[in-house]
Design a protein around this ligand. Structure first.
Ligand code: ADP
Length: 507
């Protein structure tokens, strides 16, 4: 199979269900390409294995071709043929697995949310490890992500290591502990795992029932390195409320568990080169930001009479995790404080979507509020560029990317102090924080009062001290949220784990 190792660095293979910009549902997709590119820049050989979905953006894959090999993988007592494709996404070599299984696992017009998701992704995990084994790869690290590819960890150690495919250490990253991939224990057998061995409290048995297995738990137990996407979230999930049933497992594996803050793709999110926005701008020349604000007000038919009236932005999935009741409150709060508000969001939850449609209708021709209930990447760039403040009142937030993107575009974040928000936004009024780190407004209590007081402080600062506000905007725009430092932390973890394995092998 096509790529061979030429670099002196490590050989790292990510097995994942998403990769931006070709197959992206959320932050996971961004991490695969962002972290992958950063590790490649550091001199490592990075390869990715993805399902070959019918609904991917094929126009963003270069040199896509089918390989002249067929990989047979086990499922439900039989061997199934998989056609293997290769292509390049953002400079990274990617293998795509196309199963020849009658259920057409990745031919459903969508990524997730099918009745047989557990089956689809356990099939994919098995086929992906089989591909690496049959290709004779000798990776140093196999990195799997979220429950969809969590099967890789027990498959590797229980089945493949015994066959001599054992060069790698396994790293598992959980991007959100809300989603754990549970199913009746018997379903685990389909991909060849031993249900009796694994359906035990110290292995894969789910905390809620003796006859259910939990794939995220399995990956925590069987991986050499376990990470999540921010240091604060890594602490929160060790608690009863935050761990969603996995806090004990995380505590007993705490030595290998760490939180590393995600970065953002600073090429894709760059106000000085962004082609979506009306006028490009930088921290040294903020005139363009004001022009973007005027342009979006014009486009959305908001009042333009007062240039200095603060514009508050919010771009989010409308799900309970994001604090939808507080987002609703923020609209009215911004109005009361004399500001304008633009929301871009959509909801997979029908009653939340309906509720926000009612609010959107209410403000349909209002001069200061507009709600846009859809997913629209291009429009998101315009809102980041146009807004003065950006609201993120999440109930929990594993990492969060929008606060970092907002700062890069000079929109000052107002966030609840939780998860990755707590690791990236530091209050300008908190004297315990060194001034150079102060970059936004935070609140703790997940209620309307908490949010209102943070918004009031932000508005006062904006209105009473325009010069100091401008300095804050410039400071935020110059902060470094690139993948470089996060990728260095992953690199160090990988290297330490590989070195430990080699030392143990020498004894
Ligand atoms: P999550 O992964 O929980 O949805 P993150 O903050 O990690 O939240 O990532 C959200 C990403 O999705 C950001 O890049 C944000 O700009 C984008 N996004 C969210 N909602 C929308 C939307 N309605 N339209 C366009 N982009 C959106």
């Amino acid at each position: 199979l096509t790529y061979s190792r030429a670099s002196p660095g490590m050989h790292i293979i990510h097995i994942a269900a998403e990769m931006a910009p070709v197959a992206k549902v959320g932050g996971l997709g961004d991490v695969i390409s962002g972290l992958g590119k950063a590790l490649q820049r550091k001199g490592h050989l990075v390869e990715i294995v993805l399902p070959k979905y019918d609904c991917m953006q094929y126009d963003l894959i270069t040199d896509m071709k089918a390989l002249d090999v067929v990989v047979e993988s086990y499922f439900d007592g039989q061997l199934f043929r998989n056609k293997i494709w290769v292509g390049i996404i953002e400079g990274l070599p990617v293998y795509f697995i196309e199963p020849h299984h009658p259920a057409k696992f990745f031919w459903r017009g969508k990524y997730y949310g099918e009745y047989d998701d557990f089956k689809r992704f356990s099939f994919f995990s098995r086929a992906a490890v089989e591909l690496l084994y049959q290709a004779g790869k000798k990776p140093d690290i196999i990195h799997c992500h979220d429950w969809q590819t969590a099967f890789v960890a027990p498959l590797y150690w229980d089945i493949y290591a015994a066959k001599g495919f054992n060069s790698a250490r396994i790293c598992f990253t959980c991007h959100n502990f809300e989603y754990q991939g549970t199913a009746p224990a018997s379903e685990l057998a389909s991909c060849g795992l031993d249900v009796d061995q694994l359906n035990r409290p110290d292995r894969m048995q789910d905390h809620s029932a003796h006859d259910k297995v939990n794939t995220v738990k399995g990956a925590i137990v069987f991986s050499n390195i376990v990470t999540t996407v921010s240091p604060t979230y890594s602490q929160e999930v060790r608690t009863v409320e935050g761990g969603r049933g996995l806090h004990e497992t995380l505590k007993s594996h705490s030595k290998k568990f760490i939180g590393i803050l995600n970065g953002i793709d600073t090429d894709a999110w760059n106000p000085s080169t962004d082609n979506y926005i009306s006028v490009q701008y930088s921290a040294d020349d903020l005139q363009g930001k004001a022009e973007n604000k005027d342009a979006i007000r014009k486009c959305l038919k908001l009042s333009r009479s007062e240039g200095s009236q603060p514009l508050v932005g919010c771009i989010t999935r409308l799900v309970p995790q994001k604090g939808v009741h507080l987002i609703r409150h923020a609209i009215y709060c911004a109005l009361e404080l004399g500001g304008q508000f633009v929301l871009l969001g959509s909801s997979p939850v029908p009653h939340i979507q309906r509720e926000f449609e009612d609010i959107a209708n209410h403000f349909q021709s209002h001069s200061h509020v507009r709600l846009l209930l859809k997913y629209d990447d291009a429009l998101s760039h315009l809102i980041y560029a146009a807004s003065d403040m950006f609201i993120i009142p999440s109930m929990f937030e594993p990492c969060g990317l929008t606060q970092m993107i907002a700062m890069r575009y000079g929109s000052v974040p107002i966030v609840r102090k939780t998860g990755g928000l707590n690791d990236s936004v530091f209050d300008v009024d908190d004297n315990t924080i060194p001034e150079q780190y102060q970059n936004g407004f935070t609140f703790v209590a997940p209620d309307e009062q908490g949010l209102s007081s943070a918004m009031e402080r932000a508005f006062q600062h904006y209105i009473r001290s325009p010069e100091s506000w401008q300095q804050l905007v410039q400071k935020d725009m110059r902060l470094d949220f690139s993948w470089d430092s996060s990728a260095s932390q992953y690199e160090e973890l990988y290297e330490r784990s590989v070195a430990r394995a080699r030392a143990a092998a020498r004894v």
